[in-house]
Write a protein that binds this ligand. Structure first.
Ligand SMILES: CC(C)(COP(=O)(O)OP(=O)(O)OC[C@H]1O[C@@H](n2cnc3c(N)ncnc32)[C@H](O)[C@@H]1OP(=O)(O)O)[C@@H](O)C(=O)NCCC(=O)NCCS
Length: 277
């Protein structure tokens, strides 16, 4: 028997995503890859291998995705914040999304969503939408009050970034529209990403998005200390030693006289100027 996310997190019992609509999606099931590893590490390794084959098709640039061995190690490490939600039909992976939950006692719990994908055969059936909803349901159930996500800023993208995005099916502008419809906004602040996957290069073509997960009035700004705390907690999940680099000093210098960071629409241009790296 395969472990499931439990009734409260299972799309088949959830009113908001009960009607999958397309017959292709009938019988859809949801799994947490971390739970599969906890249940049976061999089954976890097999499922991760199946997932990775489809994930790598959706994200073909090797330097822009984590290696399978790295995911396997993290999914079995209780101190790692990583999990992967997968949509399955029978044993076939139809799509998924990686996410991380950052908890600290006495501090805000937040989540980060990464690498959403749907296999080409199942696109345009609203499965991408269902996976986002399912991942956000899990984030909320694990205590996250908001989620962050990194997206290409069309103004900062190179021709190669644009070509890769288009190859995967959507322009950088189309992606921002996709996420805006899913209630993502962005921090109106400079953002760069610390070196990832063993590289030494900072990533300078991104904006940092914000998704409020708690009901109530929309949050319109956060203290700069909270923004920087979130950013560095996120970077700590994949990068080390970055605090010693000149790029970090330069990034921090932007915030010397800033008190609050406004949260603004995702598809509008941020109000500061940031040059390409
Ligand atoms: C992006 C992706 C996950 C969308 O999955 P999907 O199941 O086809 O999306 P859905 O059917 O749920 O559609 C959701 C919305 O996105 C829109 N959309 C989906 N694919 C699109 C495309 N290629 N161009 C423009 N809009 C698109 C749909 O029209 C729909 O809009 P609506 O909410 O206004 O009705 C899928 O195309 C994919 O895996 N792409 C490759 C990986 C990738 O680029 N991931 C990063 C995503 S930012």
């Amino acid at each position: 028997m395969q472990p499931s996310l439990g009734p409260e997190q299972n799309s088949l019992t959830s009113p908001s995503i009960k009607n999958e609509g397309s017959p292709t999606l009938a019988g859809l099931q949801w799994l947490s890859m971390r739970e599969v590893f906890t249940f049976n590490s061999q089954a976890g390794a097999q499922m991760l291998s199946d997932y990775y084959a489809r994930f790598a098709e959706a994200f073909p640039a090797e330097d822009e995705r984590p290696a399978r061995a790295r995911l396997e190690q993290r999914l079995q490490d209780p101190s790692s914040p990583l999990d992967i939600v997968c949509a399955l039909k029978g044993n076939e992976i139809l799509g998924g999304r990686q996410f991380k939950i950052f908890e600290r006692q006495g501090d805000t719990t937040f989540a980060a969503g990464e690498f959403l994908f749907v296999i080409p055969e199942c696109r345009r059936l609203r499965l991408g939408n269902l996976i986002v909803e399912q991942s956000e349901r899990i984030m909320t159930s694990r205590g996250a009050s908001f989620a962050i996500g990194e997206f290409h800023d069309p103004k900062l993208c190179s021709e190669r970034d644009r070509a890769l995005d288009e190859l995967a099916g959507m322009t950088p502008e189309g992606r921002l529209q996709f996420w805006e419809k899913r209630h993502y906004r962005q921090f109106d602040a400079p953002y760069v990403c610390a070196p990832v996957f063993g590289s030494t290069e900072w990533i300078t073509n991104l904006t940092l998005a914000f998704r409020q997960l708690t009901p109530g009035e929309p949050i319109t700004s956060v203290p700069v200390s909270e923004y920087l705390g979130v950013v560095t907690r996120y970077w700590d999940s994949f990068s080390s030693g970055y605090r010693e680099s000149p790029e970090f000093t330069q990034f921090m210098s932007h915030f010397k006289d800033v008190r609050d960071i406004t949260i603004m629409p995702l598809t509008e241009s941020r109000t500061f100027s940031q040059s390409r790296g």
